[in-house]
Design a protein around this ligand. Structure first.
Ligand SMILES: [Zn+2]
Length: 493
């Protein structure tokens, strides 16, 4: 049979199967509030609501019936074709004039009108059902297989090695031309399809469905697929997803969700050698390195502090660009960090882990966070190193130059923070731990030297077992320690 005729017949059959149920759909009016996290963007709208056995649909009233029916037909057809569990997804469709974005949260998809018969739309419906944290490449590969079976526009899966190894993650950003080359976007799509095809051929569709509901299983299967094709690679566990209007993208992890505003820029970019042009908005490898590094550090802090429990429903917001300078901070009630400059992330993260003792005095909060933030903080330390190694030659900073001359090498804050802070405290003749962040940190350092990390952490944040001496005695000892050990440095009065 002529290929054109076959395609025609298949599409007629498909249309016939769905047309039977698309007539006379009725709608009721529903008041809908759309709100993106941290209230960056929200609106309220009366929408037309329709419910089927498989999903709940909300359409902006201006959207024509033909468009609504096409959306419902494709979605219901998909959801009725497989057992997708008990989830009834909610689909909110807006006109392109109102909202030309995608956002998925809590089994709700917010989208503008799009090509319904496409792998892109099926991917979003599947992410809505299985959760936005699902592995994007696995979902896309399966959506593409559905598109192929329906004779829609689809990719042919083939195993091809992307130019950059990181693309093998097949995460959401690997499909975005802002982050990878257009050739690598195609490679990511083809590779995803090839992976899903190979998996279904080998293990069957039933087994594959479990990869959709478990990101860990999907990543494991993907690594195995690479190994079978002669590549040793462990795909990243960090997942990225749609950001709606406010955010370029979201980052899902075991330690919290990151929200990167579309126009976020690091306010201290000029001072930080690791913050490159277009930082976190371009270059997948660089972006991935940032999140992987910081997530590793966040785990290291949880291991170090070893508190009873942690609330990992943390939100880390990289806010909209603002003209005035702003300080990064942790908001305890919302359990949310606002980050204007990435060198502050670990400091604020330490606050988020230890904030339950909100009545604490200054040095216990800021001294503690500052002292321990030197432990694991690649991005903060890079910035401090650049700063300390370019100290202006002015009288009030003479002690820094004296220290540089003593060590006879560039300052490396990861090694030198203890000495430098003590020298600064000496140079300024500061005597109270609550004077500022540096005195607090130097005092915590002194306590750690005397009693060890575990006892100090426990004293401040654990069961508060008292240290063997009173606060007054400890401060006196610390003052004497500073005065007697740093006499070779200049005092600035
Ligand atoms: Zn702080």
């Amino acid at each position: 049979m002529n290929r054109k005729i076959t395609l025609f017949l298949l599409s007629v059959m498909f249309l016939l199967t769905v047309c039977a149920c698309s007539a006379n759909r009725s709608y009721v009016s529903a008041d809908v509030t759309y709100s993106e996290p941290t209230a960056q963007y929200a609106f309220r709208l009366n929408m037309d609501y329709h419910e089927t056995e498989h999903a709940k649909y909300y359409f902006e009233p201006s959207i024509e019936n033909k468009e609504r029916n096409a959306c419902i037909d494709v979605t219901d057809n998909l959801l009725s074709s497989q057992s997708f569990g008990d989830v009834i997804p909610e689909i909110y469709i807006f006109s392109k004039e109102r909202y030309d974005y995608q956002y998925i949260s809590d089994h709700k998809l917010y989208s503008s009108i799009q090509v319904w018969k496409s792998a892109a739309y099926i991917t979003d419906v599947l992410l809505t059902v299985y959760g936005e944290k699902s592995h994007y490449g696995t979902v896309f590969g399966y959506a593409n297989a559905i598109a192929q079976s329906q004779k829609w526009d689809a990719y042919d899966g083939k195993f091809s090695k992307p130019t950059a190894e990181d693309i093998l993650d097949l995460s959401y950003l690997c499909f975005d031309e802002a982050f990878v080359s257009s050739d690598d976007v195609i490679a990511a799509k083809e590779l995803s399809c090839a992976f899903v095809d190979a998996y279904i051929k080998q293990y069957g569709e039933q087994s594959f469905m479990q990869l959709l509901s478990s990101t860990a299983n999907a990543l494991e299967a993907l690594a195995l697929y690479y190994a079978e094709n002669g590549i040793t690679y462990t795909p990243s566990a960090v997942q990225y997803g749609h950001g709606g209007k406010s955010y370029d993208y979201l980052v899902y992890s075991d330690y919290g969700t990151f929200y990167i505003a579309n126009d976020w820029v690091d306010l201290l970019a000029d001072l930080n050698p690791l913050v490159t042009d277009g930082f976190l908005h371009t270059d997948y490898s660089n972006t991935k390195a940032f999140f992987e590094t910081n997530l590793k550090q966040m785990k290291q802090y949880q291991d170090l502090f070893a508190l009873d429990h942690y609330n990992n429903d943390l939100e880390i917001v990289f806010p909209k660009s603002i003209s005035a300078s702003n300080n990064s901070y942790y908001h305890g009630i919302d359990h949310r960090i606002y980050l204007y400059n990435v060198d502050s992330l670990m400091h604020e993260y330490i606050h988020s882990l230890t904030v339950m003792k909100s009545t604490m005095s200054g040095w216990k909060t800021e001294g503690f966070a500052r002292y321990f933030s030197y432990y694991y903080d690649l991005y903060g330390i890079a910035m401090l190193n650049q700063d300390y190694n370019n100290t202006p030659n002015i009288p009030e900073l003479q002690h820094i130059h004296e220290y540089s001359a003593n060590i006879n090498r560039p300052i490396d804050i990861a090694k030198d923070y203890s000495e430098l802070e003590n020298i600064v405290v000496y140079s300024r003749s500061w005597t109270s731990p609550d004077e500022n962040y540096i005195t607090g940190s130097s005092f915590v350092q002194y306590l750690v030297k005397q009693y060890g990390e575990a006892d100090v952490i426990n004293f401040i944040f654990g069961d508060e077992e008292p240290l063997p001496k009173t606060y007054r005695e400890l401060v006196k000892e610390w003052n004497e320690y500073i005065e007697s050990n740093y006499q070779t440095y200049s005092k600035y009065k």
